[in-house]
Design a binder for this molecule. Structure first.
Ligand code: WTA
Length: 653
């Protein structure tokens, strides 16, 4: 980054933790200082102490960090444990009757499972897996609705050392087939169907379709009953789980595995190329998942924790299935859409289940904000004590709405920066200590050596100057490799700085208080007349206008300026005829000019009903870039949530 990315967005609001939250928080100012000091003084010793304190080991480790194969790092690698035993068995004595999981289906059906009940179901299903011929090290692909059954299946795989790969239930047959083949799974675990948005998502049909296209490695398809739709069952391959459960034992010993044993693979679609199977470990992964649940969410014995992410994403792994259960917490699992029967669903569920910690994505917050304040105001949200966000930078307007309308100005908001690859939170507030600023994920957690550097890897010391976000020391929950492709691992994450620093792929700046502000992905940086702008800042300015619900900004080549800004905007009201509205465009150009400066004024604005998004709600800028440049759309669009939107954006609808 020869010329540094210029930061133009200034946000000066600051929110101190409320006294009543601060006094009860697990992490107090002095504990936090102590954590930072210990991590700074002895990075390995710091993590080793936490690993002894928070994990139950079958064989204690004697080695902490093995960097002999760098950038492949190993943690605690002569120790043995079992993740499911750490999540379930170790709570049975103390909190066997405590609710581990509250499930709610889209239709309103609910189910509570205590730790003892969940443990029993996990053992039984693990025995089904064993009967299907699976043993430690084999792979299973899960293609499940977001139900208690998904959590049971994930825990059961972990229990016998089966390497699991959850594929989000919205992915296409082809995407599923690719992931099955890449992981060489022997078993697919699925359900007849799930319910979303009032429709049945016919999961088993998609599995059949995928296996028609390939996936010869699969010999068994275990099918849960959920939606009740009919499905074809292939003799000799397909098995109903409910039938298989009738003749298994309720006991299943957890199999100790090496600390480095892969707990799961999770495929992420990069902006180009085939998906990467991000490989995570057992012990290191679980350790960071546990400590971040305690540090950042302040998770305690009486909390009801609802993280709305699907288990098809990393957030659903670390903050639904594994982390909170390893802490003995109670999690809420919801199968359906946030807008069924209306945009009050989340808030009704917060009220009904007395949710105290609520964690969701900015895209959901913006969508619910757009629906209006009437919905949240109908419900009693007083059980909430902490709010969180993840997945993309949250624009200050959405942050303020979340703070004011959902949190009643009482709840700290933890804006958590992390990635599939990092396994757990890296940069986030400690809610009882850290003052928050809308739009900033605040400071790196203890033991996480995050920094912002220039092209040569030198720390950028000038406040607010943008650069590359890197992590300078290995941490326990880091990805271990890209499954079956060590070279891609090295090329993607360690290509610069002599392979010394982990390259996150995001640009960021650090302000005068040491707070981190994520500016977007490195490839979302646009160079306008020699000024490098993070597109997110322009987006944030657009969204701050009262007429705008959502915005995405991409760079297009420009003769004079190098690049210019092309914007796609979703208005709060109706879409203007033909996607063009000259008067509104003038207004918004002037507005961005005022907010950021003339340099950031968009050259073109197109209006749409929606933006192309991945199933996890990330705007697919690659597609918008192609549309703005009038290019053919290349590559995979099967991960798109709303494929029809492309035609509208191209002006064909
Ligand atoms: C973005 C999700 C700003 C970032 C856990 C990162 C964020 C990518 C934040 C990883 C945040 C995630 N503020 N940007 N709080 N959290 N991101 O792998 O660009 O789905 O690199 O993991 O999301 O997305 P992933």
């Amino acid at each position: 980054m020869k010329e540094n990315i210029e930061s133009v967005l200034q946000e000066n609001r600051r929110f101190e933790p409320k006294q009543n939250f601060a006094t009860q928080a697990r992490i107090q100012a002095d504990t936090l200082d102590d954590l930072y000091q210990r991590a700074e003084a002895d990075h390995e010793g710091f993590w080793a102490d936490l690993a002894r304190q928070h994990l139950s080991w079958d064989t204690p480790f004697s080695k902490v960090l093995d960097d002999s194969q760098a950038p492949h790092y190993q943690w605690f690698n002569d120790g043995e444990l079992n993740v499911s035993r750490n999540c379930l068995d170790r709570h049975l004595q103390e909190r066997g009757d405590k609710t581990a999981l509250i499930f709610e289906g889209e239709g309103g059906d609910t189910l509570h499972l205590s730790y003892r009940e969940l443990h029993r179901e996990v053992c039984r299903f693990a025995n089904v897996l064993k009967n299907a011929g699976l043993s430690s090290g084999d792979r299973a692909v899960l293609y499940m609705p977001m139900t208690h059954q998904a959590i049971i299946a994930m825990q059961a795989c972990a229990r016998i050392g089966v390497v699991q790969s959850v594929v989000f239930g919205g992915f296409s047959a082809e995407a599923l087939k690719d992931r099955i083949e890449d992981s060489q799974a022997k078993v697919v675990i699925t359900a007849d169907g799930g319910t979303r948005g009032g429709n049945i998502v016919r999961l088993k049909d998609t599995v059949d379709n995928a296996l028609q296209q390939g996936g010869a490695c699969v010999d068994t398809v275990l099918t849960f009953k959920r939606a009740g739709n009919d499905c074809a069952m292939q003799e000799g391959r397909d098995v109903w789980v409910e039938g298989a459960l009738t003749h298994v034992d309720e006991k299943c010993e957890a199999v100790p595995v090496n600390a480095e044993h892969p707990l799961f693979l999770l495929y992420t679609s990069g902006s180009t190329g085939r998906p990467k199977g991000i490989q995570h470990s057992s012990a290191g992964y679980l350790l960071n998942a546990i400590v971040t649940n305690q540090w950042v969410f302040d998770l305690k014995e009486d909390d009801i924790f609802w993280c709305t992410a699907d288990v098809g994403w990393i957030t659903g792994h670390s903050y639904v299935t594994f982390g909170p259960l390893a802490c003995g917490g109670t999690v809420v699992v919801y199968e359906g859409a946030p807008t069924v029967p209306d945009a009050g669903r989340f808030w009704k569920m917060v009220q009904d289940h007395r949710v105290s910690i609520f964690y969701t994505a900015p895209t959901a917050i913006r969508a619910l904000m757009k629906a209006g304040d009437d919905y949240p105001q109908q419900y009693d949200l007083s059980s909430l004590r902490l709010l969180g966000t993840v997945g993309e930078p949250i624009n200050p307007e959405a942050w303020m709405w979340y703070h004011r309308v959902i949190g009643a100005e009482q709840c700290p908001i933890v804006d958590t920066w992390w990635q599939t690859e990092t396994g757990s939170h890296m940069i986030a507030p400690m809610p009882g200590v850290t003052a928050t600023k809308p739009g900033s994920c605040t400071r790196p957690l203890p033991g996480i050596a995050a920094d912002v550097v220039d092209e040569e890897g030198n720390s950028i010391t000038t406040p607010n100057q943008g650069g590359y976000l890197v992590i300078k020391k290995p941490w326990p929950s880091m990805l271990r490799t890209v499954w079956g492709d060590d070279q891609r691992y090295k090329d993607t994450y360690w290509p610069m700085f002599d392979g010394k620093y982990y390259l996150a792929g995001d640009s960021a700046r650090i302000d005068e208080d040491g707070y981190f502000w994520i500016m977007g992905r490195i490839d979302d940086v646009v160079n306008v007349s020699g000024h490098r702008l993070g597109t997110m800042e322009v987006e944030s300015a657009l969204v701050a206008h009262e007429a705008v619900a959502e915005a995405a900004v991409v760079g297009v080549p420009h003769e004079v300026k190098g690049e210019s800004l092309a914007c796609f905007v979703v208005l709060k009201g109706d879409r203007p005829e033909g996607g063009i509205d000259d008067a509104m465009t003038q207004t918004l150009r002037a507005w961005v000019g005022e907010q950021i400066g003339a340099i950031a004024k968009p050259d073109s604005i197109r209006y749409a009903d929606n933006l192309p998004k991945t199933r996890s709600g990330k705007i697919m800028r690659r597609l918008l870039r192609a549309i703005a440049r009038g290019e053919e759309i290349q590559g995979d669009t099967s991960t798109l949530e709303n494929a029809g939107i492309l035609d509208q954006l191209k002006g064909e609808q």
